[in-house]
Design a protein around this ligand. Structure first.
Ligand code: HEC
Length: 237
């Protein structure tokens, strides 16, 4: 009995690095849904986490365009390959204590194998454009929009209901007027102010308002630059 358990364990350990080759990439593409809100596959398109384009063979924490790496990841000395990625995805905190990826890991070895099989292809140089074409036409089983996390909607040329014309502040409330002439009230703790300076960010002077949260009482106003925030908010009751 004991011997069987040991054999099963050894088989699992030995098999896991191989799973990247053996995994099912189309199942892995679906598994990537949990990563997609934070990671893009397009070169240098960084979100909460760094772009994963060109990941295999890259030194951990070394993408020059990503400015938010933890010291822990930068000094880990890891080179990303089948084996190190399998360890990272099993339990990031155990592999690199104090890293800043808010993710608990995937305990299922088959799921990691599938995900790595997908990532290995999708992160190869030149693989990304096809990926996106697929995502935009809904080729990823209709998950395209959701997979892209809503983080990278282009905020230029939004419909008038999403273009902010004026914001006033009174006591504990904001009033937000949009380009379609409508005004909405928000309790001050329910409105968030953000910036997006990337090419997908709003036009300067035309912040975007986007719904946030599940209840419909919250929203985020996204500006092109931080200095626009106080300039736009007028104290008036
Ligand atoms: C909530 C956001 C979030 C989720 C979800 C997430 N990550 Fe991350 N990821 C990050 C952040 C932030 C970092 C940088 C961590 C650091 O510097 O310590 C990171 C780092 C990484 C790195 C190292 C990249 C490099 O350049 O060294 C890899 C690989 C990675 N993530 C893969 C994944 C995969 C695969 C998934 C899905 C199973 C995933 N991540 C889920 C935010 C996330």
């Amino acid at each position: 009995m004991k011997v069987q358990v040991v054999i099963a364990f050894v088989t699992m350990v030995l098999a896991s690095p191989l799973l990247a080759q053996q995994g099912d990439a189309s199942r892995g593409e679906r598994d990537f849904r949990v990563c997609a809100p934070c990671h893009s596959l397009e070169p240098d398109r960084n979100m909460t986490g760094p772009s994963l384009a060109g990941l295999w063979g890259r030194k951990a924490g070394s993408l020059p365009s990503f400015e938010r790496y933890s010291d822990a990841l930068k000094s880990s000395g890891i080179i990303w390959d089948d084996r190190s990625l399998d360890g990272w995805l099993t339990d990031p905190e155990r592999m690199v204590p104090d890293n800043e990826m808010p993710f608990n890991g995937i305990k299922d070895a088959r799921e990691r194998g599938d995900l790595l099989a997908f990532l290995k292809e999708a992160t190869k140089p030149g693989a990304a454009p096809q990926q996106n074409a697929q995502a935009q036409t809904g080729g990823m089983g209709g998950m395209g929009g959701m997979m892209r996390g809503g983080n990278d909607t282009n905020l230029k040329n939004l419909e008038p209901a999403r273009q902010v014309k004026a914001i006033t502040y009174c006591h504990d409330s904001y009033r937000v007027t949009t380009a379609n002439g409508k005004t909405r009230h928000f309790w001050e703790r329910n409105l968030r102010f953000m910036t997006d300076s990337s090419r997908d960010g709003p036009q300067s002077g035309v912040p975007a308002i986007m719904p946030a949260g599940m209840l419909g009482d919250r929203a985020a106003v996204i500006f092109a630059a931080p200095e626009e925030i106080t300039k736009m908010i007028e104290q008036s009751c």
